[in-house]
Design a protein around this ligand. Structure first.
Ligand SMILES: Nc1ncnc2c1ncn2[C@@H]1O[C@H](COP(=O)(O)OP(=O)(O)OP(=O)(O)O)[C@@H](O)[C@H]1O
Ligand SMILES: [Mg+2]
Length: 451
């Protein structure tokens, strides 16, 4: 497809000559003789680019530009300036015009400017696409009450600058929540920078956080900006803050108050505007009691606490999480997402998930790699993830294959299954019926039938 260009100029001769040349250059050209006509055309053809004359009778180029910015903000506009309107053209770029070209028009300059503007637009679109993808990637899956409440908390806290302390077991989604808060905040156009407190050695911490000047210490060959500065206007995440050493804790304590600091080896005080989020898998109150964490720092970080629920407390989210991860890995491999059977899901819902969502995600990835079938069944689930009763036991399987009729095979399975389930639930009829999703009367009847 040829890129389309709308040329707006009150001189028909310019429309003719410029239009002709650009058509020869491979563009699809549309023209308009004034601002009103341009606005009408714009709505109809949504061109990839506009060339807009500044001086036109009636609605001039500047007025037209303002209208375009309001109604079609993504179309790049290149202004055409006549003699004496360069000042205005500069003004126009401040109003959002991409660039300007001067009359008399040099065709070479026109083509170069057009191509630059089109590339710029393409980059902008790619950027938008990537941001949308990033948001999708960090979107929180699940509909359990705990996750609904989590979304609620995120929506309340995200638009503010309040400090948030996210706590929870490994793999519960702490970092994902921090990213979601950043993406939904007014700071989302600026960076989110993470400080992994568990992995940065103490001796490098100060220069990592605050940066250093050239020559501050042996090996500091050039000035380096620290994470506080890199996160300017954005969000700074102290990941696993419970692992931060006491010396660093006392250093950041004072910095957190005014967001002012000095680079290592530098005398100038730098003030930054950053929002602070911290996450931890440790119980910080216990760490305070043990003397491993400063109480004053805890209060400075823990303005809004968010507690991540462990996966075993919200097993109803497992089916939607599985679906989400199957989709994600299918997209990575450009294949169709696999589906999963009810009994496989039920087994996964009984598993305790010590590694939480991360462990589930890893299992799904493993299933995508190791299972050829498009439908994942209980027999594809690795043994560690199913308890002994989830699968028909071997003795039953043998019975099943030994008998001739389907009816008898079914009965053999039924017998082993209900007896095992009864044993698992202490021979309590009601508890067993509830666990296997059957009413008491039917279960009693089956038990009677199988003797
Ligand atoms: N509710 C959820 N919906 C979708 N994906 C999730 C959800 N919770 C966690 N994940 C995914 O699980 C993985 C682990 O999440 P994340 O890294 O945020 O957890 P964490 O609590 O920071 O873990 P760790 O303690 O190991 O650092 C990530 O791939 C994340 O995208
Ligand atoms: Mg984490």
């Amino acid at each position: 497809m040829f890129p389309s260009i709308l040329i707006v100029d009150d001189e028909p001769s310019i429309l003719d000559s410029l239009g002709g040349i650009l058509t020869d250059e491979g563009f699809e050209v549309f023209t308009a003789l004034n601002g009103y006509e341009a606005m009408k055309q714009l709505a109809l053809i949504s061109p990839d680019l506009m060339l807009l004359d500044i001086w036109m009778p009636g609605m001039d180029g500047m007025e037209t530009l303002k209208e375009i910015r309001k109604e079609h903000p993504s179309v790049p506009v290149v202004m055409i300036t006549g003699h004496g309107t360069i000042e205005t053209a500069v003004q126009a770029t401040k109003l959002g015009a991409y660039d300007f070209i001067e009359k008399p028009l040099s065709i070479e300059k026109v083509v170069v400017t057009i191509n630059n503007a089109l590339n710029f637009r393409k980059l902008q679109e790619e950027n938008l696409y990537l941001r949308k993808k990033a948001l999708e990637k960090h979107s929180i899956t699940g509909f359990s009450p705990a996750i609904m409440e989590l979304r609620n908390q995120i929506n309340i806290v995200a638009p503010t600058d309040a400090r948030v302390l996210i706590s929870g077991e490994n793999g519960t989604g702490k970092e994902m929540v921090a990213r979601t808060i950043h993406h939904l905040s007014p700071r989302s156009d600026h960076p989110m920078v993470t400080v992994n407190c568990a992995s940065i050695p103490q001796k490098f911490m100060e220069s990592e956080l605050f940066g250093h000047e050239k020559g501050a210490f042996p090996g500091a060959n050039q000035r380096k900006r620290g994470r506080f500065e890199l996160a300017s206007q954005g969000t700074l995440l102290f990941d696993e803050v419970g692992d931060m050493d006491l010396e660093t804790q006392s250093k950041i304590l004072s910095v957190l108050e005014k967001l002012q600091f000095q680079r290592v080896g530098g005398g100038r005080t730098i003030t930054v505007d950053v929002r602070i989020i911290a996450s931890t898998n440790k119980n910080l109150e216990e760490e305070i009691a043990k003397g491993n964490f400063r109480e004053d720092l805890y209060y400075r970080l823990n303005v809004v606490p968010i507690a991540m629920p462990p996966l075993k407390e919200r097993t109803q989210d497992i089916p939607s999480l599985c679906e989400e991860f199957f989709k994600e890995f299918a997209a990575e491999n450009q294949s169709e997402p696999k589906t999963i059977s009810q009994n496989a899901l039920e087994a996964l819902m009984r598993y305790p998930w010590p590694g939480n969502v991360r462990e589930l995600r890893n299992l799904v990835e493993r299933l995508v790699i190791t299972t050829k079938a498009t439908h994942v069944d209980i027999r594809h689930i690795p043994p560690a993830y199913k308890d002994s009763v989830a699968e028909p036991p071997t003795e039953c399987e043998e019975n099943v294959f030994d008998v001739e009729s389907y009816k008898e095979a079914k009965k053999a399975f039924e017998k082993t299954y209900v007896l095992k389930q009864m044993a698992k639930h202490g021979d309590d009829l009601e508890a067993t019926a509830q666990a296997i999703g059957m009413d008491k009367v039917s279960l009693k009847k089956i038990l009677k039938n199988v003797g």
